[in-house]
Design a protein around this ligand. Sequence first.
Ligand SMILES: CCC[C@@H]1NC[C@@H](O)[C@H](O)[C@H]1C(=O)O
Length: 599
Amino acid sequence: MEKGLLYPVTNKFRQDQKLDGLWDFKFDPSAEGEKKGWTTGFGDPIKMPVPASFNDFFTDKDSREYTGDFWYAKKFFVPDYMKDKMIELRFGAATHRATVYVNGQEIRSHEGGFLPFTADITTAIKLGEENIVTLKMNNELHRDALPAGDTAILKNGKKMSKPFFDFYNYSGLNRSVHLMAIPKENIYDYSTTYDVSENQATVHYDVKATAGSNFMVSLADEDGQIVATSEGQSGDLVVENPTLWQVRDAYLYTIKFELVENGQTVDEYSDEIGLRTIEVKGHQILVNHKSVYLRGFGRHEDSIYAGRAFDLNVERRDMNLMKWIGANSFRSSHYPYDEQVYKFADREGILIIDEVPAVGFKMAAASFLGGLNQSFFDGDWVDELYKKHIDQVKDMIQRDKNHPSVLAWSLCNEPDTSTDSAVPYFTKLFNDSKELDPEKRPRTFTLNEDDTFEASKCLQFPDLYLLNRYPGWYHKWGYEISDGEAGLRAELDEWKNSDIDKPIVFSEYGADTEPGLHKLPSIMWSEEYQIELLDMFDRVFDSYDFVRGEQPWNLADFQTVEGNMRVNGNKKGIFTRDRQPKAAAFFLKKRWTSLPLDY
Ligand SMILES: CCC[C@@H]1NC[C@@H](O)[C@H](O)[C@H]1C(=O)O
């Protein structure tokens, strides 16, 4: 678990410099980079954009599909005036694992390609001179790592990723790298919880520093007016007549922490927060004690050219599409997204189900690679997998806990929950994650087609249920969709007649749709059929009051492995991969903009 994951800022005491741009890049198929001295740089480099996945830049299949070790290198300068600071490098995402060297000195390693980590390089850098950072990275998939998969060795000796999941194994420095200079005694974490009412809100804060416990704390409104102050390592900020953070009507205050030593401020950290509460009560999801009905999407960080890289332009477009269509939420399927996505959602009043990259914990049908003929949790890889799983749950919650947009934590996507060995795994996971979120937001996982009310042995764990259901596509498809509807209703009747008293959100449903394919009457893959399927699901949702959300799969088309069921990727998008609407977008817009927010 990382000690602190505060987002980099520049202020009187801190400096943040992005090292985005072209880095030196080189494949290392024989894994001999260290032996060849690449820790201090290498000759004949490829100039590689950062942040970006390396895959889609190449014109040859061996490079696009490359699996194994690869290296990045970048020279950077640290001015003399930083001599009293702690110098760190912060990697937003190195997918899937990395070892960091500075001037040839090994600094640290990190496992997990969708969460940030920092490297303290204070003793490795040369002040007032040029330095070099190199990373040895690796993108192999394994059953004891997140996301789960295999790495095959082909007869020609080349390695090949075999994902147990349905998104392309885009790899590289997918998010920005920051060079940070911060005080040697510094603020490294904070958390907030809230009590809100019509005319008063209380922010309960807790702040952590490497030394000292003397803090001055203030809260300012959007006009910069101080509305509350406090002091000490923990305390309350009471706001009279607050403007609460509401769904699709956001308001952000700025909280500011000052670390004080001998009457002098020695470090400062400010962040934007939203005054709101999240609760699950019976079948209801409540924000500020008011029921909310989720409408939105499963998404991917995915776009042409840069693959899984965070792209501010794409995020701006996606947020505008979600506002246009009347959405109020999304799931960060199937991994935590770049922090800037959560900042966007904070600002736009969009709720996020934040998901850790625990995906492929059963051979998803979509991987087309032939299923596991056993329970995933019977494997000899489970102990090692669990260590990485809980570690990434801790880092996800540590990183994202202060965002008002975060509604819930999804601890897994479509795991095997219908076998006996799943029960001890999830018992441990839900016990070990219970205290991680100061706000105690709901924890859950998505239930795959096979993990029905009847079949799943793990319904006791989630605080709300996320159902991924595909009648009309993966079964009972085409003209048989009426049987699909009947089956869906039969399962929901079981939920209805049970003593389960928690909300149900449909977190996936949909149909692959080729944009521009029209057929009257409809046929699968046509835009008409996608609407027919959505319309069927909407009829079902509107028949059960404990269905408290609908998030069709997916916001946009996205890249997957090659397969005989994929036409250059997954086409279940409501929008195309270049973010243009299919007919279904107008169908959903009509439905969602007619629903009141708390429908
Ligand atoms: C029946 C499983 C459906 C599957 N669920 C996980 C997503 O990551 C996939 O894209 C989706 C699909 O196959 O469309």
